[in-house]
Design a protein around this ligand. Sequence first.
Ligand SMILES: Nc1nc2c(ncn2[C@@H]2O[C@H](COP(=O)(O)OP(=O)(O)OP(=O)(O)O)[C@@H](O)[C@H]2O)c(=O)[nH]1
Ligand SMILES: [Mg+2]
Length: 315
Amino acid sequence: MFGLGLSRLTPAPSDRARTQWPPNSRPHNCFSCFSHRTAMDQTHRPEKTPEAYPLVAGLSPQTLGIASFLLPLVFILSKRKSGSKGNAFLLLGPPDSGKTAILSTLVYKQTLPTHTSLQSNSSVVELSSSKSLRIVDVPGHPRVRDQFQEYLPDAKAIGFVVDTSTVSRNGAAVAEHLHHILNALTSLPPSQALPRLLIIAHKSDLLKTTSSTTASTLAVNRVTTILERELEKRRASQSGGVGVEGLGAEGERADMGGLECSGASGGTFKFAEWEGGEVEFLATSVKVGPANEAVDEKSQGGDGLAAFLEWINGI
Ligand SMILES: Nc1nc2c(ncn2[C@@H]2O[C@H](COP(=O)(O)OP(=O)(O)OP(=O)(O)O)[C@@H](O)[C@H]2O)c(=O)[nH]1
Ligand SMILES: [Mg+2]
């Protein structure tokens, strides 16, 4: 049964109409609702109370002008910070980085013989007796990877999975993929809460460690350094600096935003200074091997996913 692949089990996008997945959970447009309600209220409004009238009348036109400008702004900012109401965790990232292996370890407690995924897989993972999360694994192939946009309205968080053992060789391609996601996040309408963003330095088991550095530290440091360097090349190229191979190639917008940073580095791309929001990092690994070599039931995915499980439990 497992040899058929996860995609057979939960072909999320094609079943969307039937199963209502992803649900139409985009926050309701309260502006239209508000004005409608206001119009209704006016027909039934009691006469102005003597207490309320002098309060507004006492404000100068300038004060009222500033208030009418600031109030919508406060509303927008508070919406943006409120955190996504969705209940999906999106596993995104380049082909072969290990997304399906992570999902199958969480769901079946083992990795399955995997092939390049051609469609999104989704499964509900029970994190505790009272908490579950829908995990959606979107294939990394350039032709399908943009499917993640369909799930964004219901995304509580995004995990961008990077193969730590190969990122030194293919950092430019990994950064290009991540750039699309950063651009999508910074392009979300202000009414939509931003999903949290976690960069997963995966396959940390393949790193050779020294006695002073743990595999997790090494994995996170390597992924952070390489991605910051490659994303900075892309940012500099767009702002008129050096050219970057592949940037602006067919199918890619040369003016794609999403890399804006502000802070001590003066605009240079740094995750800590990214204007889009906070970016978090974690190292993971799963046990790979024959399908019947299940990992410990209690650990839900082996020690290599312990920190990750703790993180998704906290979102
Ligand atoms: N050593 C090691 N290998 C891993 C780990 N995770 C995944 N792999 C292997 O990496 C390969 C690719 O894993 P997949 O899960 O299929 O990759 P994917 O990200 O789903 O790739 P696409 O579906 O093409 O987007 C498989 O051969 C896995 O067995 C890990 O933590 N350590
Ligand atoms: Mg896959």
